[in-house]
Design a protein. Structure first.
Length: 246
């Protein structure tokens, strides 16, 4: 059967729309759609595939930010991108999907990032060390995590507000437990013997409950600071309780 004029018209219109999407300049899209809190410079390419020489958001600075649209995810009602970027050293890779209801899903997130990149955002001058992340899944709703699965590890931690000397390494394993996000936290070659549980709740509150004890690597200064946590138990452990709101 020979296609009629309407079929050719529809096909031509779809081709035209697809061409607009694939070739729509990234610089224009940035001016129209990206929030002011996200700063990009050196933008090249299109919505389909592009890059920015520099990116900063929430006090975090990245270089060589690149993205590629995943058009088949539009069939599921989500705008999805594969992204990668470079901090001052290390790397970040992830797939990000934006739901039309405002939800954000991050999958296959992996990276190695110097903690200096988060010093301003965390309001911790002099913060240093290296963080590695492996998160198969992170789901955000209204900017709040509602589902998290993965691992966050820190090596060579330096936090001058606590002590100018290196504090070693620590690890947090995240998982979703009913209506909250929970992370089991422990030391990994740290100067403290640490074990605890960190919980994030739907009302944006968080709570950390743990036990910390000195080791042979703990300095005399830090041992004195542990005394402010109260009397230790019969195993030499002090209880830590931290609560607040995001």
């Amino acid at each position: 059967m020979i296609p009629d004029r309407r079929t050719f018209l529809v096909a031509g219109l779809l081709t035209f729309v697809a061409g607009l999407v694939l070739l729509f300049p990234a610089r224009v899209a940035y001016q129209w759609f990206v929030p002011q809190a996200v700063q990009l410079s050196g933008i090249e390419g299109s919505i389909w595939s592009g890059s920015a020489r520099e990116m900063s958001a929430g006090g975090v600075y990245l270089r060589d930010f690149r993205w590629r649209l995943r058009p088949l995810r539009l069939l599921t009602g989500k705008l999805a991108l594969s992204i990668d970027a470079t901090p001052s050293s290390g790397f970040i890779e992830a797939n990000v999907a934006f739901g039309f209801g405002g939800d954000i899903t991050v999958s296959e997130l992996s990276g190695s990032v110097p903690l200096q990149a988060f010093a301003a955002a965390a309001r911790m001058p002099g913060l240093a060390g290296n963080a590695s992340v492996q998160f198969p899944l992170v789901q955000l709703r209204d900017g709040l995590p509602v589902a998290v699965e993965g691992t966050f590890a820190v090596a060579g931690l330096i936090a001058p507000l606590v002590d100018p000397a290196p504090l070693g390494g620590y690890r947090a394993e995240f998982f979703t437990n009913e209506d909250r996000i929970v992370a089991s936290v422990e030391d990994a070659d740290g100067v403290f013997d640490l074990a605890g549980s960190l919980s994030f709740f739907p009302d944006r509150s968080y709570k950390f409950i743990g036990q910390v004890a000195a080791t042979e690597r703990t300095s005399a200064k830090l041992r004195k600071q542990l005394r402010f946590l109260g009397s230790p138990n019969d195993r030499g452990q002090h209880e830590i309780r931290l609560e607040g709101t995001l």
